[in-house]
Design a protein around this ligand. Structure first.
Ligand code: ATP
Ligand code: MG
Length: 717
């Protein structure tokens, strides 16, 4: 017990031993919230004798969940199953694997990511002989997202067996969506929205299932609670109702997912939902130097919608925060890389002690080029989309065939390499599958001697999959992957193809599984592995080797690094211009919180960089307002930032504020007839709240055009 409470301050200790009831910990960045949460978990296991299978600990990303598991295992010993240290989605998968049969889905349902969704859409577009592109896909997926905003569609589809009617039914999009839902059901696929919705439906329709989970989970805890959405909050609230133990930690100043439905009010108004709730505040910061902390504190003070709380430093004084201003992006990138070399030489640090953060993925490119030129290793989280690459998806589909033999994986790899199963034979298989109520793979097995399939590679494919199924129990996942790549001929096919990068990626996949098996020190079974991978977002690549870490600020949530560069600190990038346009004051405050998250990742030194020049869209660049809204002496300024540019920046910010405040724009409904000064009369087809524009079909144009809602000269007829 001593050990668990050692290295924690009295408030953290209180958090650790407050195991019963509703408890919230509110505290700023780097105050040891996650540490307290981890120790509390271990305390419940070691000191209260509770099995980890009875504790649900929710974190925000898979990466954070891995990290927490690793730390917990150190404290409680390695043997215990810590599967319930997971994300919201990961937890839903656990529930569904046990109980989804009640909704007439098999336990080996497939989890669909955006790429899988697009594959389904592509098939539909082909069937309907429609032209497709990424933009239409995105529009359809957005509408599907809206439909899945609540659980009605699950009730309709599953329980009443009817397809939910999509608004304005009859239009082409709705037809596509209908087909999509049918297809999705046929392959037993669930996307990320479905996971939560299916669990809610189960809990709602089958009280015994809810009771089972409520009885099982004695203790619930949530990290980064400020970024929970209504649905996520309702899930943990519901689960906690029986035992009454829910422990949450968070920092309202770090809410950065409001645009995706997060709402800090569940954190801020916790005692309204749970009147007996206990609140613990942590005040000391253990992460950063006083210099970095002062900047963070000063920056976030500019937000109006917040409860004031300052962090007190515990670390010795260090160096001032640097603001670097470059003449152009190349100079900026160059300077950053020179600093990195200096840190390495003077401080004898590892590359892994350095992180480069940015508002959007594209900003990394110039620095990447410079790092490559200087031969400095780096790893990019997010944007790289390792698990989205074709060859990686193919490889995983082979494993899924061995485990599940699902239609989606089948369609993905049956003709790669070519096995003479083209469109026509696929249509034949689909039709037979429909008639016989079988999966595509089972159908192929049944008709393998049929004249349509006799002279194809069908038999060979079946033989190799059956062989793999027969050995799967004796093999590790890594071995199974290797064998499957060989016996199906996939690897040979890739070698013939000659794309070295793809081969390297496949090798990297194998490497990552081997590493995973080694760090766990125990075998992972195939289903578990596939489940983990299917929940991977692009942020989860292994980061074991020594390299500079590059990622968006969103990805950096909860993490810390000794040296942090926040690059592209340019007005309209951070704060992001679209966030400002769409959400005005709220948008600006969320952008400022994002800057606060970035700044508070740094332990010893922080560099904010930006440069002159022009943006993607050709607009002139100015330094971010966030750089100027704190006292000047918090920075050491490097680079030539002349007074004239500062004045120009201030004018620019003032002007853009004025536009946001006065514009107002128009708010016409979809279906309205309007008149444009250049394009003439037309009809509004759609109002896109997110992009703040209308899609208008002008009578004299062939295709609809997006027109901004801020455009004042659009007249309603
Ligand atoms: P964030 O809001 O960014 O997620 P956090 O509040 O979760 O931050 P932690 O990551 O738990 O903060 O802790 C920040 C750093 O301080 C970690 O390196 C942690 O090990 C260290 N730390 C936490 N508590 C203490 C303590 N009592 N004494 C010394 N170091 C501590
Ligand atoms: Mg944390």
């Amino acid at each position: 017990m001593e050990e668990l409470l050692d290295g924690l301050n009295p408030s953290q200790q209180e958090a650790v031993v407050s195991t019963e009831g509703y408890v919230r910990v509110i505290a700023g960045a780097g105050s040891g919230k996650t540490r307290a949460l981890t120790h509390r978990y271990a305390f419940i296991v070691n000191e209260l004798g509770v099995d980890p299978a009875n504790i649900l600990s929710v974190t925000f990303t898979n990466k954070a969940a891995h990290e927490m598991r690793r730390r917990v295992k150190k404290l409680i010993g390695g043997e215990q199953d810590t599967g319930f240290i997971t994300t919201y989605h990961g937890f839903c998968v656990r529930v569904l694997r046990e109980d989804i049969h009640r909704l007439f889905y098999p336990k080996n349902f497939v989890i669909l990511d955006v790429e899988d969704q697009k594959i389904l859409l592509r098939e539909i577009f082909e069937d309907m002989e429609l032209k497709m592109n990424d933009k239409t896909f995105k529009r359809i997926l957005d509408r599907i997202g809206v439909l899945k905003g609540n659980t009605h569609y699950v009730q309709q589809m599953i329980i009443r067996g009817v397809m939910p009617s999509v608004e304005e039914s009859g239009d082409l999009d709705s037809q596509i969506i209908q087909r999509y839902l049918k297809k999705q059901k046929r392959v037993y696929g669930l996307d990320f929205d479905d996971l939560l919705n299916f669990v809610f439906t189960l809990f709602d329709q089958y009280e015994e299932v809810l009771t089972k989970w409520q009885n099982r989970l004695f203790y619930l805890q949530v990290d980064e609670f400020q970024d929970s959405s209504l649905k996520q909050f309702e899930l943990v609230k519901l689960l906690s109702e029986k035992q009454g133990n829910l422990f949450v930690v968070g920092d309202p100043d770090q809410t950065i997912y409001e645009w995706r439905g997060a709402d800090p009010k569940y954190m801020v108004d916790y005692e309204k939902y749970f009147p007996d709730a206990q609140t613990i505040y942590l005040k000391e910061n253990y992460r950063s130097t006083p210099e970095i902390l002062s900047l963070g504190n000063a920056l976030i003070k500019n937000n109006h919608f917040r409860v004031d709380k300052d962090m007190l430093p515990t670390n010795p004084s260090g160096v001032k925060v640097t603001h670097y201003h470059g003449k152009d992006e190349i100079q900026e990138a160059n300077w950053i890389v020179q600093q990195i070399k200096k840190i390495m030489a003077e401080k004898q640090r590892n590359l892994s002690d350095i992180a480069i953060l940015y508002r959007a993925n594209y900003l990394s490119r110039s620095v990447e080029q410079e790092l490559i030129a200087e031969n400095i290793d780096y790893t990019i989280f997010g944007g790289f989309k390792f698990f989205d690459r074709m060859e990686i998806k193919d490889a995983i589909a082979h494993l899924r065939m061995v485990a599940f033999s699902d239609d989606l994986s089948f369609s993905r790899i049956i003709n790669v390499p070519k096995r003479q199963i083209g469109k026509k034979r696929m249509a034949f298989l689909r039709q037979k599958a429909e008639e016989d109520g079988l999966s595509l793979y089972s159908t192929m097995k049944k008709y393998v001697e049929h004249e349509r399939l006799r002279r194809t590679g069908a038999k060979g494919f079946i033989d190799s999959i059956e062989y793999l199924k027969s050995i799967r129990k004796e093999r590790k996942v890594s071995e199974l992957l290797q064998e499957s790549m060989q016996v199906t001929g996939y690897e040979a096919y890739r070698r013939e193809d000659g794309d070295q990068e793809r081969l390297d990626n496949m090798a990297e996949l194998l490497h990552s599984i081997v590493q995973y098996e080694q760090t766990l020190g125990e075998g992972i079974n195939l289903e578990e592995y596939l489940q983990m991978v299917s929940l991977y977002t692009d942020d989860d690549r292994q980061d074991q080797f020594d390299s500079v870490k590059m990622m968006t600020i969103h990805t950096a949530k909860g993490l810390e690094y000794p040296y942090v560069f926040v690059i592209g600190m340019t007005e309209s990038v951070l704060p992001n211009v679209r966030a400002l346009r769409q959400r005005k004051e709220r948008g600006l405050e969320e952008e400022r919180r994002l800057a606060y998250v970035a700044v508070t990742r740094a332990e010893r030194a922080l560099y904010l960089t930006e440069s002159e020049g022009f943006q993607n869209g050709g607009q002139k660049k100015y330094p971010s307002r966030f750089i100027f809204e704190v006292e000047d002496d918090l920075y050491e300024r490097v680079g030539e930032l002349d007074e004239a540019l500062i004045e120009e920046t201030k004018d620019y910010i003032r002007a853009s504020n004025r536009i946001e405040k006065t514009s107002g724009g128009t708010s016409y409904e979809s279906g309205s007839r309007v008149k444009h000064p250049v394009f003439g009369e037309g009809t509004i087809q759609e109002v896109d709240e997110k992009k703040n524009n209308y899609m208008i079909f002008f009578d004299q144009l062939k295709a609809p055009r997006p027109i901004s809602r801020n455009f004042k000269n659009l007249e309603k007829l």
